[in-house]
Design a protein around this ligand. Sequence first.
Ligand SMILES: Nc1ncnc2c1ncn2[C@@H]1O[C@H](COP(=O)(O)OP(=O)(O)OP(=O)(O)O)[C@@H](O)[C@H]1O
Ligand SMILES: [Mg+2]
Length: 365
Amino acid sequence: MKTNPFKFGSVVDGPYFTDREDEMERIASYLNGENHLILISPRRYGKTSLIRKIVNESKRNYVFLDIQIVLSVEDFASQLLKRVYRIFPVQKLKSYIKSFRLIPIVNINPVTGEPEISFKPGSRELTPLEDVLNLIEKLGTDKKKIIVVLDEFQDIFRIDKILDRFLRSVMQNQRHINYIFMGSSESMIREIFEKKSSSFYRFGTLMILGKIGKDKFTLFLKERFADITDKSKELSQEILDITDSHPYYTQQLASTVWELLVRFGFSSGIVETAANEIVKSHDNDYERLWNNFNRTDMMVLNGMSASYISPLSNEFSRLFGTGASSTVFSTLQRLTHKGIILKEGSVYNIDDPFFKRWIVLRRNE
Ligand SMILES: Nc1ncnc2c1ncn2[C@@H]1O[C@H](COP(=O)(O)OP(=O)(O)OP(=O)(O)O)[C@@H](O)[C@H]1O
Ligand SMILES: [Mg+2]
């Protein structure tokens, strides 16, 4: 039996990866110089997949850390060091670590072979983090800089309010590291890197990752569906109409359509059936999400799922009873901040097409 050619939820590469040629070229060329990169996109647009692919293909040493999992400043140091252990031989690291101001406890897990590292917890000391960052600097060279990727970078403020200033003061003197800062909260990342008074002002080049090009995505879907149906063109079109080329949701819907095709063969409503199946499988999550909104949120979201009229227009307010456009505006801003709504250019949309569908279905029940 053929395996499902679509994949969603985890990092994709190889036959599951499409498009991004321009971005790959641009990013690779930044990383050849002494530059740092700031990469922003909404959730699940493909930041991690793209950066992993670029660094893998560059054949350079890299350290990848998601700041979301970091619990404290000591933990930041431990997590970074653990990743350094994965790429350099223990012998090489030993001599450097001897000169650390606070010596970490390193235990090699006998089963996995993975090092477990801890600095004295609770001390809130910044020295371990500084030592680890400087260790990475020493391990890099002019010709072979190390790439350090810090994902969900805006989370540094959760760890410590002044961590940004400290990191900047260390990083600005380093020459053997290319940093890639990533984040899905556009407003917070912009705040860190674009505000004149902020610590990381103009520290690197800011790049925004968009959706996957519609032509590329159409081709990607068509090629894969062509293996099992002669309706590949229609199916691809219908899928992209629902997902609007969102990388994750497109792969999710395509994967579900594929499963249905294999099991039951083609039928004209197959994409609708697949979309409704996805909606159903998330019923609990959507219900919980919905119940956490206030009344204005609900009214705005309801209007946005029922029509394409701009939520800021008078017509929208009249049709859906949302009141003053200033109220709608602040609601939109808040929901954008939470990632529920996406602002593309001047257009607002609900991010998750299946949540949008859930609202419509629920209201029509
Ligand atoms: N270049 C691509 N080609 C095809 N599908 C992609 C591509 N990039 C991402 N996707 C789809 O989107 C999903 C999410 O990708 P990825 O985890 O890289 O995004 P992310 O922006 O890092 O997400 P998160 O916000 O959760 O960290 C993948 O599992 C895949 O289904
Ligand atoms: Mg990611």
